[in-house]
Design a protein around this ligand. Structure first.
Ligand code: 5GP
Ligand code: MN
Length: 358
């Protein structure tokens, strides 16, 4: 494990950071060494992959293919690439989960905090020759034989870029597009960016990533049916100013009825609107994936660590964006989250570290 939190030696702030950077550099080198000699590589993103998971997997796969390796990218569920992410797989590297070898030579898990988050493909962690984990979740369990894990990285894509550089593979437009997609979405369109994030983005744009095209495909294009769905779901939103220790909670539910006729992309967009509510530090959207089965998305602005709530609900994620899956009635699920928020630690505003220079 490479995270600052994982450094066991008691050190002061600067020494801790220096030690974490030293460990990260060593782990990046070891990972690059493993990848450089690999001839067959299977790269996996987490279940219901987002742009950071799939973009990171595809970018690294493209780089390894340039080095002569046979590569494949997969995930599951779902069985197919979400429509908004299809523009990332220009080389056709994604294969269905059923076509992933039973015992891959080298498995690379990207943006995935635990083996269980590999869903249908979780068993491959036990059957692969080597497992490289590349991730930025604080909760990462370090389930690889090699781990490049840094919770201070804004996106897994940033770690993949460091690996691609370490491998000496020059960026091209296809790699840059995939990495830019992950960086853009995981920083909420650069709202949570540092100067280093923008330098990384500039490098990717110079290499051919097209911000307008990528933003339109990933988040700015919705079918008309999105509007009536939003109207219903947002119309039912409730504000609880006293919740989350007085910081406020806003929540709503997307039922199976609401989801009829729209893609998962439209459903996932709801939390991005809900979280802009000024009176609420925390936003919660629960989505009914099957009757009585809910996938929850939690967002915080700065003061509440929603990862703690998500972990309490059986899920995980980051301090400002986390999720979980659970069962029950909508009212039950909201009540449980409300209860967990009562216990939840309140944080000082997040000061990101800048560790990667482009
Ligand atoms: P989202 O709300 O966008 O689905 O997820 C936000 C964050 O929480 C992501 O980092 C995602 O990996 C994590 N997350 C979402 N759902 C789950 C879940 O069911 N289990 C775990 N461990 N993490 C989740
Ligand atoms: Mn990510």
């Amino acid at each position: 494990m490479l995270s600052v939190a994982a450094t066991r030696v008691p050190l002061d702030g600067t020494a801790r950071l220096r030690e974490a950077v030293r460990v990260l550099t060593a782990d990046l080198r070891a990972a690059a060494e493993l990848l450089r000699t690999a001839t067959d590589v299977t790269l996996l993103g987490h279940v219901n992959p987002d742009a950071d998971a799939l973009g990171s997997a595809l970018a690294l796969a493209l780089a390894l293919r340039k080095l002569g390796a046979t590569v494949r990218v997969s995930f599951g569920p779902p069985a197919e690439v979400p429509e908004s992410l299809r523009g990332l797989d220009t080389a056709g590297l994604v294969v269905p989960a059923s076509e992933v070898p039973a015992a891959p030579e080298l498995l690379v898990a990207l943006d995935t905090g635990s083996a269980a988050r590999l869903g249908w493909l979780a068993d491959r962690v036990g059957t692969s020759g080597h497992v490289l984990v590349v991730d930025h979740h604080a909760s990462n369990t370090g389930f690889g034989t090699h781990n490049v894990v840094d919770e201070t990285a804004e996106a897994t894509a940033v770690l993949v870029l460091a690996l691609v550089d370490e491998l000496g593979v020059p960026l091209d437009q296809d790699i840059a597009r995939c990495l830019y997609a992950g960086l853009m979405t995981d920083t909420s369109s650069f709202r949570r960016a540092t100067a280093a994030t923008h330098r990384t983005a500039a490098r990717l744009v110079e290499a051919g990533a097209e911000p307008t095209v990528i933003a339109r495909e990933l988040m700015d294009g919705h079918p008309f049916a999105w509007l009536p769905m939003l109207a219903r779901v947002l119309g039912r939103a409730e504000l609880e100013p006293a919740a989350a220790g007085g910081h406020g909670l806003v929540h709503t539910a997307v039922t199976l009825d609401d989801m009829a006729g729209v893609r998962l992309e439209e459903v996932e967009s709801v939390v991005d609107i809900l979280r802009t509510t000024s009176e609420a530090e925390v936003a919660l959207v629960i989505k009914e994936m099957a009757p009585g089965e809910w996938s929850g998305s939690l967002r915080a602005k700065s003061a509440v660590d929603v990862r703690v709530v998500a972990v309490g609900m059986g899920g995980g994620g980051h301090r400002l964006a986390a999720g979980f899956t659970t069962t029950g009635t909508a009212a039950d699920v909201v009540a449980r989250v409300r209860e967990m928020l009562r216990e939840c630690p309140v944080l000082a505003p997040h000061t990101p570290l800048t560790r990667y220079r482009s």
